[in-house]
Ligand binder design. Sequence first.
Ligand code: ADP
Length: 407
Amino acid sequence: MKPEKRDKILVVDDMPINLQLISSVLEREGNFSLVTVLDGKSAIRKAKTNYFDLILLDIMMPEMDGYEVCKILKSYPTTKDIPIIFLTALNEPKDIQKAFQYGAVDYISKPFSKEELTSRVHLHISLKRTREELENAKRAAEAAAEAKAIFLANMSHELRTPMNGIIGMVDILKRTELTEEQHEYLNIIESSGENLLTIINDILDLSKIEAGHMELESIPFSLNDELRRVLNIMQILADKKKLPVILRIGEKVPPYVKGDPVRLKQIIINLVNNAIKFTEKGSITVSVEKKSAENEKIQLLFKIMDTGIGISPEGQKKLFQSFSQVDKSTTRKYGGTGLGLMISKNLTQLMHGEIGVESVEGVGSTFWFVIFLEESDKENYLKQHQEKETSPVEKTKMQIKLKILLA
Ligand code: ADP
């Protein structure tokens, strides 16, 4: 049989008789393994060179008192986590307070009862074990999350490249001579491919956000232009259901702002996409209002209103969580992964804002979000865009007639 591992305790007291008494109690009653020393300096030396589960420390000792020993032990990386219990004849409230201020976990007054001593020692050793287990579990979880983030970041390229190949080749194949039936099959491959690419992108985005690797850009852009551009594309989707997509921009909204237009449009696309998906008749309205301004930051409130199926109060509680859809029939009927709202919530939080919903079943839903952006102006906007358009590399490119070998 494997010998049972005994917990190791360092006992520090300048009186040999006390060391004897404590040792006899703990070794006999508690089955601990003890090391005893008579002064502070030896205690520090021993603690630095050996493993201990706990230290019992006297306060009043010549040369270096217990408080000083405790302070030094708490300042060393290898000894700072060893629980220290003061065992002392001092028992004024201020002494007790001082003991805790120096980092002790407990305090036992002399003369002590053997039951109290063993119980407290047992308690603090078991707390230390629990803390160590929690720290190990936390470290393992962090390492696993980090490994997952690295894996997904590496997979990102591996997943997207073949998908682009499939979608691109289908597009080329569609332009060749085909029967109607073959054309129809290619349309199915194309839309399945695009759906799969959206899911891949969503999963990769979410893992990037969760790993804290998502960084937002801060560039000047025209809110009006970006919103119109994205809603024009969404209108093509809405046309299939004869739904008008209306845009309302509040008078106080500045024409130029600074932030991340791509990620802002990603939130809007998610919400407008849902609005179109869950609406059969009526319209979709996208509005933006300026709520407040502080220093250079402005708070904008976006609303995406639909006249669709609406969401029950219980359903609303399930929103904005990963892979969450209001009910199981949603996937069957409308498809989707339940990631769009979670990603949108994370993106609004990265923009120091929040997201929410108001909805009445059978009447429609209004998804809203507020974000903070910086106000910008035309001059900065043009500067940014001209720089982009005519960077030295671009200029050179424009002057040279490009010759490309496509393999
Ligand atoms: P997905 O649409 O891919 O399922 P989302 O996170 O975008 O994922 O949405 C989660 C769920 O919230 C949807 O499946 C749907 O049940 C509900 N939902 C979202 N937007 C609307 C809306 N405008 N009207 C009704 N239900 C909605």
